[in-house]
Write a protein that binds this ligand. Structure first.
Ligand code: SF4
Length: 308
């Protein structure tokens, strides 16, 4: 799994199990710039679907992974940005289905679901996980900071429309941000809005990784539990992911290869090193903190590491 450009992991996902990630878009290309985004502010703001990379190049990497017989539960198309901006998405999904019998999931902000072609592209998947953070125009603007032509009504309509025909599993996620959308009135609005969508699961989340804007605060456990119960969802806050995997022999290089695509906190790195029976965990952590290629951010007692 060295030098992969589009494929990463497998990494553990709290919702999906062991997930083999596919990123079909250039870093931080998105039609939102969410205040809680763990990738920072969006520098390539776009709402145009583009053929960023040839589908064949992504498939060649995928074929190489399959040949190595690496275990994973699900293929997740996710991207460090918004994957539905990839114009080759439908073709990619179709080709992956021909090659592998694992379920295919797409994690999306759902903004482009108003586009008929995007809805058709996603029809072939097994699980679609859209976010739905805002329950009003105002919150949409404040939390998601969308591309200028995207309106709250259009995005909600797209999700409603998609949910009517989609035959796979639709798992919605609401990201609760303290002081923005965690009040009683917002929860009531969410309930109303959710009643207009046919979905299978609802996850309630809160930012646990360093957000784009330092003013963003996570909602506490008690409120998360309350919101999850009120909305009939599942709270996935502050779970530490287990089961990171890398084929790379050297422990340090293995950590670097994961945090290149998937930030990890100190507990996740220690758990990962333990699982590899690494004898130098403390030294590895110190080396990571000093490495100029890495960035460590202390946020609520979780020190998150990622590559610069
Ligand atoms: S939609 Fe996702 S990638 Fe885009 S800004 Fe929001 S959190 Fe970041």
């Amino acid at each position: 799994m060295n030098d992969m450009r589009y494929i990463y992991g497998p990494v553990p996902s709290r919702r999906l199990g062991i997930s083999l990630g596919i990123s079909p878009i250039p870093k931080k290309t998105c039609n939102y710039s969410c205040i809680y985004c763990q990738l920072g502010r969006t520098d390539k703001m776009s709402n145009n679907r583009e053929m960023f990379f040839p589908v064949g190049d992504i498939l060649s990497e995928f074929d190489a992974v399959v040949t190595q017989k690496i275990a994973f539960d699900v293929i997740t198309i996710v991207g460090e940005g918004e994957p539905t901006l990839y114009l080759g998405l439908g073709k990619l999904i179709g080709e992956l289905q021909q090659r592998c019998d694992k379920p295919i999931a797409v994690i999306t902000n759902g903004a482009l679901l108003y586009d008929k072609q995007v809805r058709e592209d996603l029809q072939k998947t097994d699980i679609v996980l859209p976010t739905l953070d805002a329950c009003s125009k105002d919150l949409f603007r404040k939390i998601n900071r969308p591309y200028k032509t995207l309106t709250y009504e259009k995005v909600l309509w797209g999700l409603q429309e998609f949910s009517k025909d989609y035959r796979g599993q639709l798992w919605i996620e609401i990201m609760l941000v303290e002081g923005y959308n965690d009040d009683e009135r917002s929860l009531k609005e969410y309930l109303k809005m959710l009643s207009t969508i046919h979905y299978d699961k609802l996850y309630v989340n809160t930012p646990v990784r360093p957000p784009a804007e330092s003013r963003v605060k996570a909602v506490d456990h008690e409120k998360m539990a309350y919101a999850a119960q009120y909305l009939g969802g599942i709270s996935i806050d502050l779970l530490v992911s287990q089961g990171f995997h890398s084929e790379i022999k050297n422990d340090y290089d293995a950590v670097l290869s994961i945090i290149k695509r998937h930030p990890m906190n100190q507990f996740e790195i220690e758990g990962f090193l333990n699982s590899r029976k690494c004898k130098h965990i403390d030294e590895t952590m110190t080396e990571l903190s000093k490495d100029p290629r890495t960035q460590s951010i202390d946020y609520k007692g979780f020190v998150t590491y990622r590559l610069r």
